[in-house]
Ligand binder design. Structure first.
Ligand SMILES: [Zn+2]
Length: 95
């Protein structure tokens, strides 16, 4: 599995807000913090993850959430942190 080089990340965060909304076309997309629950594949297993404070660009007009590379990085980091905590727990590591 190739590892993602953190210091080679594209500059997706450099665009100044507000952005144009891809749904309603208004210039109302600004950073928001939301609670987000999803499932991600982690080392071959589907893992449910609950992120209480995901930063995601969101349209103030229609509510569209504009997920991007930065958003995805936060989700992957949350999955990784959760699974690391699980593996370090002596109860879960019973096999
Ligand atoms: Zn919109």
């Amino acid at each position: 599995m190739p590892e993602i080089q953190a210091n080679c990340a594209p500059q997706t965060t450099g665009r100044p807000f507000p952005w144009f909304c891809p749904r309603c076309r208004k210039k109302e997309v600004r950073p928001a913090v939301i609670r987000y629950q999803t499932e991600r594949l982690h080392e071959g297993c589907l893992v449910a993850v609950d992120i209480p404070n995901l930063e995601v660009p969101k349209c103030a007009n229609c509510g569209e959430q504009v997920f991007n590379y930065t958003t995805d990085e936060q989700i992957l980091a949350a999955v990784c942190a959760q699974e690391t905590a699980r593996q370090m727990s002596p109860i879960a590591n019973s096999d």
